[in-house]
Ligand binder design. Sequence first.
Ligand code: HEM
Length: 136
Amino acid sequence: MEWVKVLHLLCVLGWMTGIFAVPRAIIFWKREWGATGEFGPTGDLTIRIYRFSLGLGVIAILSGLYLGWLWGYPAWVWVKLAVVAVLAAHYGWTGRLVLRARRGVFTETDTWLRVFNELSVLGAIGVLIIVVYKPW
Ligand code: HEM
């Protein structure tokens, strides 16, 4: 089981890279687009980070579900799963923002993107508290 947990943590780290970085990167992509009116390196990098972390996110969740099965799905895993589902929805929303940005559509303000970004940090802290303390 330990190697699955190592894989789980590695992929969680990679997924969190996208969750934490992409909403912020969209702020700079918007500025780049505003200055050039074209798709440029910041947009290219943002899409690559999103795509990279998407693959790792899938492995993080599958390995987590397997670990949960090895644990016999105690209550804390279900609560963790619920919080991770919210994180995954947040990530899906970020994906929608990336697709729209790809077409040059940037409707969210910088402040909105920063607050949206911070919400994911609160989610990740919640997951970490649940998995380390296993309160239920
Ligand atoms: C479907 C989603 C997930 C499920 C079902 C899940 C389930 C699990 C299980 C059963 C373990 C083993 C616990 C242990 O051996 O002590 C584990 C470990 C861990 N998970 Fe997840 N996980 C998921 C996603 C995540 C995410 C998104 C994060 C981070 C934000 C995360 C962070 C961790 C950490 C830090 C550990 C190591 C805990 C320890 O060794 O005490 N997991 N996970």
